[in-house]
Design a protein around this ligand. Structure first.
Ligand code: AP5
Length: 215
């Protein structure tokens, strides 16, 4: 099982990738999570990418390609994986294709999550992320049991820097310009499926599992 979750910022890719990962027992690779962890830990990689992420720009292709290449080469990923937020440019997609071909592998499905723009803004403006672990909440739609506290680890919930209004606008523009061409790219490869990402988290999960099971 090798899946790519594609879609604009805030459509729910990360939330669903986590659920599918648990359900099918396959790891997810979220380039956003990997990069944020590097920033939080002040690693040399984190220092290199922070400025791009704070502005809502994409991190250079060679950096994210290196991260993904490293991950999918380890045995844990041999039985499958979910790529959340990668690829995001045509060069990233080309490199992923070459990487898989050399291992005699291919993608089973690229799921394009679709929700209206105003829903994206609502989801991003209410998102709260744990400062200690990858858990993600929403103040209205996916609230934690205790205000401001992570259910999983008790960490403080914070708003991502790039979820501020001006940065969200810029991320949406970057998505339209640099990532949305991948919709046609994968449609031409016959692996693309559109998913209606509106509705509750559980409704979306039900639709997604039906789609992946038919892959
Ligand atoms: P990344 O973290 O990948 O950001 P993104 O693609 O913009 O996606 P988001 O994490 O914002 O949204 P999501 O679709 O995962 O939604 P979520 O499930 O959280 O990347 C961040 C940055 O890293 C980039 O800007 C770039 O700088 C860099 N980067 C990462 N990958 C890169 C790459 N490949 N190349 C170059 N640079 C890269 O849901 C959003 C909110 O909605 C949450 O609050 C959630 O609780 C809520 N929610 C989810 N589902 C529902 C639902 N059904 N109903 C109501 N609320 C819901």
């Amino acid at each position: 099982m090798r899946f790519v979750f594609l879609g604009a910022p805030g459509v729910g890719k990360g939330t669903q990738a986590e659920m599918v990962s648990v359900k099918y027992g396959i790891p997810k690779i979220s380039t956003g999570d990997l990069l944020r962890a590097a920033v939080t830990q002040h690693t040399p990689l984190g220092k290199e990418v922070k400025q791009f992420m704070d502005r809502g720009d994409l991190v250079p292709d060679n950096v994210v390609i290196g991260l993904v290449e490293e991950k999918i080469s380890i045995p844990e990923y041999a039985k499958g994986f979910i790529l959340d937020g990668f690829p995001r440019t045509v060069p990233q997609a080309d490199t992923l294709g070459t990487l898989l071909t050399t291992k005699e592998l291919s993608l089973d499905r690229v799921v394009h999550f679709v929700i209206p723009r105003e829903e994206v803004i609502n989801r991003l403006s209410g998102r709260r992320s744990c400062s200690q672990c990858p858990a993600v909440y929403h103040v209205e739609f996916v609230p934690p049991k205790r205000d401001g506290v992570c259910d999983e680890c008790g960490g403080e919930l914070v708003q991502r820097r790039d979820d501020q209004k001006e940065t969200v606008e810029s991320r949406l523009t970057v998505y339209e310009e640099q990532t949305s061409p991948l919709i046609d790219y994968y449609r031409k490869n016959n692996v693309l499926a559109e998913l209606n990402g509106s509705g509750s988290v559980d409704d979306v999960q039900e639709r997604l599992v039906a789609l992946l099971s038919a892959s």
